[in-house]
Write a new protein. Structure first.
Lengths: 441, 571
């Protein structure tokens, strides 16, 4: 009973090598690495819990398609004015994979980027938040564009709890979000040898040589231990082994020179408390910019927690405020969401100021997918989920538009996003809720 | 049929099988549309229960329960607490390096759940970083680490003796000859890079601290298998004992017992369990069960609206946490250890700040002092500010959370997962009570089906506001502390206030069994399954026989077959 057949089967998916036993829900076959042109950075942004304020997220129109060049941006997104030609505001998408008309945030966490709802009792004894059973698009994309970078992906969080995971390397393999930008800084820039510093490079090389023997040995012992344990435990050991290989890869990879690459100075350490939230958020944004600029990673997710509190705005908890809701532009529901969007605009402004060396900027190379757990936080509706893509993938997506759909799902948006990175999948997550890519190209 | 296994009210689901996935409550309520998955995969026919001998004893030591079960034994990674304690005992490194690892808090259940303890990329980096720091510190005193004269014995001989001596403690079993060869070869390859001798030892040590043999509690079992199962080795039993009770590696005495085969009978194992439990070290391991079972670790996350609760400062929270810790430790290690005391004791420990907050006169200073409470108000850990503040929103008390706590944590009932936190109730209004506002959402039929289970239980807690202060008025209106509990096996009915509910719980077989069930889940890193029936049954009988002495449970749980066997997994 404790290890039910469905779970055993699911865990097998982690092997990912045997084409003969490809599971039904697994994302389609990965295509060869995308061309080196745009887009080559992915930013996944998830706002939890209770979504964002719908009333001020959609443009004021009843049309199913409008150009953002001629229609004023919705109030929440006013700061995106410089970027509107690259935006796709998508309405009418449903989180169908969540299965239930009214859904919990817990289920949403592992669904928004995977397109498949988590395992639930009695199929698992894990808490629902740890029982995601898909691979999230960031990890899928990272397999396409991010395998030669120091970090396959980076998972940022804002005021997240330990058990909140929006990025999933595979079934039951949630990747914890790091809410402490200082710890993230230490991680990203450990052994960082800025281009053109031979002393630092020599130190880096010494350490690399020493660590290689160690990591090879650990990998060998993990491989040797696998036959000694049961099938399910073997999957965990294999996942552990994969992390060791990731560290080895990282040790081999250096930073690449880029015009905007520099090690940021995080300044005086602030306590990781809600009271410092506005500054910690900004630090995280700065780190994302630096990691992209130095090409330390190509893939970043950012999860704003359901527990986020906004003392600097005089507002309480995101989730609780979402339940009060309101359509006005003066109350806390608007205020906190507007603040969130303004921070993303800040990130874009910084990315847009960094030349990519090909006449474009880092912003031009970045594609963002934004989603949230509920369409409407007050009612927990999973209809009409505020969804947005920013970035045109080198003209692949026809941006600068607002589109309203009927009968389409957020799975379809996931298909569109991964296809923009050169994947050719026709389904993503649970195929039962897929209708193919959205007409965005 | 042993008493516990005969579930007269919900015959489809025996209590011990009511894992978080099983749906005891749902059985009663499926018709109301609360949940659709009744007993899927769980309601096995009774005759499939291994070893559940008909006509078993009640209250005895379980001699009638002969177990032929083949218990699961999922691979258990060291928890962060285990890791900190283990490196402390292994190398004297008290820097608590795991405090820098990514948080492994879980929303529900216990944070030591084996299947949840995986190694993510960030954790692997944490292990690497920690191992390198620990090793760098350890090689500063190389002679003490190696305990070998390199000049006389030669490098490789010293390395081999180090690998065997240190490796036995790090892997918690003798190092296999082939393993020793591999470790010596690793040293040799690093040394040839070339690397200084000391730095080569450093790399060897850092490597050993990242091996599966160290990070996981590998249980391969003895060669002499029985049908379907294999007995654990003496070292594996020693390791189970020390992590269960001390959250760390075995001490010298346990190693010696394992070396000489003195963990072969349940009496020998019990003797060691009692020795460990009597040590001050048991406090950390045992207390953490209560902190997790009773959700008390949630206090750090429980923040309040400062406009409504200006008194609720970090300092006050700290005092509340200290109060609960002191109380739990007192019950377990200084008082009688009884479930009754934990749930209903009319005393607690407060300092000056907390006394002022609770309105208790005559206490000053920062030291915690024992105070006697009005038994019509205070009831053990359940009415403490910490728990009541955790089970509340930022603006008001939360009868839903309180009802859910009673069902899930104290009765081990599983509630349907979603919608687990809707709808949120209106903020406090001047002319309504919390109770009235929460009753509104039950006007909706879809909400009512489940909330009938939750809210009426939580209403019984209404004497405690959103930060755990006792109150008789909710705003301008008097508090109605009438609660009602349904869908239980033996404690349905109305009650008034928490002390009455706590007494009902204490007397309830369902709640008592929940304690055993929870302890098992914590002790084994997994919920019990049918192969554990006898171990669980015997442990519960011992708990009951000792007058519900909580201290008996961790010892009793080492007595059964589940503690000394593992399932023979198919390759």
């Amino acid at each position: 009973v404790s290890l039910s057949l469905p779970r055993r089967r699911l865990l097998k998916w982690l092997g990912l090598s045997s084409a003969a036993s490809l599971p039904v829900f697994r994302p389609g076959k990965l295509m060869a690495q995308a061309a080196s042109t745009t887009p080559n950075r992915f930013f996944g942004f998830a706002l939890f819990a209770g979504g964002t304020q719908q009333e001020n997220f959609w443009p004021k129109t009843t049309a199913t398609e409008v150009s953002l060049a001629t229609t004023p941006l919705p109030k929440l997104l006013e700061s995106f004015e410089p970027f509107k030609s690259k935006m796709l505001i998508l309405r009418g998408l449903k989180h169908a994979a969540n299965l239930k008309p009214l859904d919990s945030h817990s289920r949403g966490l592992s669904t928004v980027f995977t397109g498949i709802s988590p395992l639930e009792p009695p199929a698992t004894t894990l808490p629902i938040r740890q029982a995601g059973q898909g691979t999230s698009i960031d990890q899928h994309i990272s397999g396409l564009i991010g395998t030669s970078n120091k970090f396959k992906s980076l998972e940022f969080g804002f005021q997240t709890n330990g058990d909140e995971r929006v990025a999933w390397a595979g079934p039951l393999q949630g990747l914890p979000a790091q809410k402490d930008p200082y710890a993230m800084f230490d991680r990203i820039f450990a052994n960082f040898a800025p281009p053109g510093d031979p002393a630092a490079a020599a130190l880096f090389e010494q350490q690399r040589a020493r660590n290689k023997s160690m990591l090879d040995f650990i990998a060998g012992e993990l491989t040797g231990a696998a036959p000694l344990v049961g099938a399910d435990d073997r999957v965990r050991l294999e996942a552990h082994l994969e992390t060791i290989r990731g560290i080895e890869r990282r040790l081999g990879a250096g930073a690449q020179a880029g015009a905007g690459c520099s090690k940021p100075e995080p300044g005086t350490k602030l306590a990781i408390t809600p009271a410092n939230g506005d500054q910690l958020y900004k630090l995280a944004m700065d780190l994302i910019v630096a990691a992209f600029a130095c090409d330390l990673t190509r893939v970043v997710t950012f999860l704003s927690s359901r527990y986020t509190k906004y003392p600097w705005l005089g507002a309480g908890e995101h989730h609780e405020i979402s339940h009060v809701g309101g359509s006005d532009t003066t109350g806390p529901w608007y205020t906190i969401n507007r603040w969130q969007w303004d921070q993303i605009a800040y990130l874009y402004t910084k990315l847009a100021a960094i030349p990519a060396g090909d006449g474009k900027t880092l912003f031009d190379h970045t594609l963002t997918y934004f989603s949230t757990d509920n369409g409407n936080g007050k009612s927990h509706s999973i209809d009409d989920v505020p969804t947005m893509i920013v970035g045109d993938a080198d003209g692949y997506l026809k941006t600068g538009r607002y589109l309203a759909f009927t009968g389409r799902t957020s799975n379809d948006a996931l298909i569109s996003v991964v296809n923009a990175f050169g994947s050719k999948v026709t389904t993503y997550g649970n195929p039962a809720f897929c209708h193919g890519a959205l007409p965005l190209t | 049929m042993p008493r516990i296994l005969s579930s007269t009210i919900h015959p489809a689901v025996d209590w011990w099988r009511s894992t978080r996935g099983a749906v005891v409550v749902a059985c009663a309520l499926a018709a109301a549309g609360c949940v659709g998955k009744v007993g899927e995969g769980h309601a096995l026919p009774r005759d499939q229960v291994g070893g559940a001998t008909p006509g078993g004893t009640t209250g005895g030591t379980g001699a009638a329960c002969t177990n032929s079960g083949a218990p699961a034994s999922p691979l258990r990674r060291l928890t962060h607490a285990d890791y900190n304690n283990t490196v402390r005992d292994l190398l004297g490194d008290a820097s608590n390096p795991a405090d820098n690892f990514p948080d492994e808090t879980v929303g529900e259940g216990f944070s030591n759940s084996a299947v949840a303890l995986s190694v993510t990329p960030v954790l692997a980096e944490g292990y690497l970083d920690s191992a390198q720091k620990i090793a760098a510190t350890a090689v500063k005193n190389l002679p003490a680490l190696l305990q070998c004269d390199v000049a006389q014995a030669g490098e490789e001989a010293c390395v081999r003796s180090f690998v065997e001596r240190f490796g036995k403690r790090a892997f918690r079993r003798p190092v296999l000859p082939a393993e020793a060869d591999r470790l010596v070869a690793l040293f040799r390859s690093v040394r040839q890079v070339p690397t200084e001798f000391s730095a080569s030892i450093e790399t060897l040590l850092a490597s050993m601290l990242q091996l599966p043999q160290f990070l996981y509690r590998m249980e391969t079992g003895s060669p002499q298998a029985e049908p379907g199962r294999v007995p654990l080795t003496q070292y594996e039993i020693a390791t189970r004992l020390s992590y269960l009770l001390w959250s760390t590696m075995p001490d010298d005495e346990l190693f010696a017992a394992a070396d000489s085969g003195q963990l072969a009978t349940s009496a020998q194992i019990e003797q060691q369990a009692r020795r460990l439990l009597a040590s001050p070290r048991a406090r950390a391991g045992v207390t953490s069960f209560y902190l997790e079972w009773l959700k008390l670790r949630g206090l750090a996350e429980a923040s309040k609206d400062a406009a409504i609760y200006p008194e609720y400062s970090d300092k006050l929270k700290g005092a509340m946490a200290a109060e609960t810790l002191a109380f739990v430790n007192n019950v377990l290690f200084e008082s009688d250890g009884k479930l009754e005391t934990l749930f209903t004791a009319p005393f607690t420990f407060v300092n000056g700040d907390l006394a002022k907050f609770y309105g208790l006169p005559g206490i000053t200073g920062t030291e915690l002092q024992r105070v006697v409470l009005d038994p019509s108000r205070g009831s053990g850990v359940i009415t403490q500010g910490s728990l009541m503040a955790i089970l509340a929103s930022s603006t008001q008390s939360d009868p839903i959370a309180r009802g859910k706590f009673v069902r899930q944590n104290l009765l081990c009932q599983s509630l349907p997962v979603p919608p687990n936190d809707i709808p949120l109730v209106q903020d406090p209004l001047p002319n309504t009570t919390t109770r009235q506002r929460f009753e509104q959402h039950r006007n909706s039929a879809s909400c009512a089906a489940c909330h009938e289970l939750l809210d009426p239980v939580g209403f019984g807690f209404e004497n405690f506001d959103g930060i755990g202060r006792y109150r008789t008025m909710d705003g301008a209106l008097p508090v109605d502390n009438t609660g009602q509990i349904t869908a239980t096996r033996d404690m349905d009915g109305t009650f008034h206030g928490v002390p009455e509910l706590a007494r009902k719980l204490m007397d309830s077989t369902e709640a008592q069994e929940c304690v055993t069930h929870s302890w098992f889940t914590y002790a084994y890193g997994r919920p019990p399954a049918e192969d554990d029936a006898c171990t669980l049954e015997e442990a519960h009988q011992a708990f009951v026989a000792k007058g519900l002495d909580l201290r008996e449970l961790p010892v009793a749980l080492t007595r059964g077959d589940s503690f000394v066997y593992r399932r023979k997994e198919l390759p």
